[in-house]
Design a protein around this ligand. Structure first.
Ligand code: AMP
Length: 485
């Protein structure tokens, strides 16, 4: 078996590795470090958890130990899709370079431009950045990329998902042609293949086996659920989620709730909170200090439910959790393995429960093919109960329910289009409103407020305030026409 001491790493790096308690290199490290130290390009196909960060930081530190940085010209560059991942890479650098004098700067959202500018002005050995932020600095004329000798692209498949590939191509073109490139991706989508063919030169391909099996100590289940009506499905699904959580009782000490879409992370967190669950979201529209606070709270046990997207949770070093709840079936089968791997760590038992709506059944079949087993179907704890949609409070509209205008917002950040939090809804008792207490929705009528708080007297005779079915004609007139006439 390969030992770290066989890898030609700087003795001071070896000392730091020893102090970190690592006994031997992981397969991606054993495969990627030697060619990297020879100055070759490396194409690493590996996921988080395989030790891939050290597979590029260790050779980088060894190579950077010789030579010095020049003002405004970083000697190496690491591009990461998210701030969290960038911050973790920075931590890795600190750990492994602690016996060497290397300087670094971190260009990510939430960290002040001014301070990083100062560091870059002095000259840094390593610049760790998210692509958008790096280009912002570049365009402000604060940075030259012509001194970059080593460039790392980490989690390229995530970059692709997040629309960063054009930025990456631009950054490649700003660095010298002679640079060495270390490129990492968990999967090789055709677009990633194209990028590597264009920008890597005769790379050494190192692939580590995909983690395609799920731990035996993780109890899994899936609740098959269909909403009573398509437009009610999102809120009824949140109701199922609460019931699934409640069914676990005290066994559920802490949990991560995964959603596919960024916008749902916020909605689900708000919904849980509203119903008295101790939940908080993690996404890119929160400022850095808020994210750090949320994560710290989750780590130290003061926060019970962390609601996250794959991107936000990716690479995060969160402790073992008793439960993982998949509010959505992930659309990439590997993400399922990744998500549920957050529970049942270090041999402890864990449980992962997923909710599957009819349109996700194909994705469920893909997951079962990947993990080579059927995920047991478990009963919907609400089975038999009449379908109940949440009281459609404003703060909880889903993207589907929202007026189109608010969905068109499109900003490129690392977790761009999450709905802005609205005024926190008042905590409500855990019990759900009875079906007959639900406000009725009118179908496609103007003035119905998107179906909220409508206006009829319902069958049970409850008085509902509003305009009723008879919308006065003036409501349908355009304000423009009136003012123009
Ligand atoms: P990564 O895939 O880079 O996110 O690494 C996953 C975890 O493995 C991190 O917590 C690292 O500190 C740890 N790690 C990396 N290399 C080794 C190693 N050779 N032996 C033991 N743990 C390691």
């Amino acid at each position: 078996m390969t030992k770290f001491s066989d890898l030609n790493l700087n003795p001071k790096v070896l000392k730091a590795i020893d102090e970190a308690g690592y006994e031997s290199p992981t397969p991606i490290q054993a495969g990627a470090i030697p060619p990297a130290l020879e100055g070759k390009d490396v194409l690493g196909i590996a996921q988080t958890g395989t030790g891939k960060t050290a597979s590029f930081t260790l050779p980088m530190i060894t190579m950077l130990a010789r030579g010095r940085a020049r003002a405004r010209m970083p000697r190496s560059l690491v591009l990461c899709p998210t701030r969290e991942l960038a911050a973790q890479v920075a931590e890795n650098f600190d750990t492994y370079s602690k016996h060497l004098k290397l300087t670094k700067a971190l260009l990510i959202g939430g960290v002040s431009f001014k301070e990083q500018d100062k560091l870059i002005d002095k000259g840094v050995d390593v610049l760790i950045a998210t692509p958008g932020r790096l280009l912002d600095h570049f365009e402000r004329g604060k940075l030259l990329l012509t001194g970059v000798q080593i460039m790392v692209v980490d989690e390229a498949d995530r970059m692709l998902d997040m629309g960063f590939i054009p930025d990456i191509e631009r950054i490649f073109s700003l660095t010298p042609f002679t640079r060495q490139t270390l490129f990492f991706s968990a999967t090789m989508a055709p677009e990633i293949e194209r990028i590597t063919n264009t920008f890597l030169s005769a790379p050494e391909r190192v692939e580590v086996a995909r983690q395609a099996t799920t731990g035996e100590n993780i109890e899994q289940g899936v609740v098959m659920f269909k909403g009573s009506r398509k437009d009610r499905e999102p809120s009824e699904k949140r109701n199922v989620l609460r019931a699934v959580i409640d069914a676990e009782g005290e066994k559920c000490t802490n949990a991560i709730v995964f959603c596919n879409r960024k916008v749902d992370v916020d909605i689900v967190a708000k919904s849980l909170k509203k119903y008295g669950y101790d939940a908080a979201p993690i996404h890119g529209d929160l400022d850095q200090s808020q994210r750090t606070r949320t994560l710290d709270g989750f780590r130290d046990g003061t926060l019970r439910f962390l609601v996250a997207s794959d991107v936000a949770a990716r690479g995060l070093d969160v402790p073992s959790v008793s439960h993982v709840f998949n509010f959505d079936v992930p659309s990439h089968a590997e993400d399922y393995v990744h998500r549920i791997g957050r529970t049942g760590r270090a041999g402890r038992d864990g449980k992962a429960v997923m909710i599957c709506v009819p349109r996700d059944e194909k994705n469920l079949a893909d997951i079962e093919r990947l993990v080579q087993r059927e995920i047991p179907r478990i009963d919907n704890p609400l089975k038999g109960a009449a379908p109940v949609a949440e009281k459609p409070a404003k703060a909880e509209q889903t993207a589907d329910e929202k007026p189109k205008r608010s969905r068109s917002r499109s900003r490129k950040t690392d977790e761009a289009d999450i709905a802005q939090p609205e005024t926190a809804a008042k905590p409500e008792p855990k019990s759900d409103p009875k079906p007959e207490e639900q406000p009725k929705r009118s179908r496609g009528r103007r003035g119905s407020g998107g179906g909220r708080q409508n206006d009829q007297s319902d069958r049970s005779g409850n008085k509902v305030v509003g305009l009723g079915d008879h919308t006065p004609e003036f409501i349908g007139l355009s304000f423009k026409e009136r003012s123009a006439s």
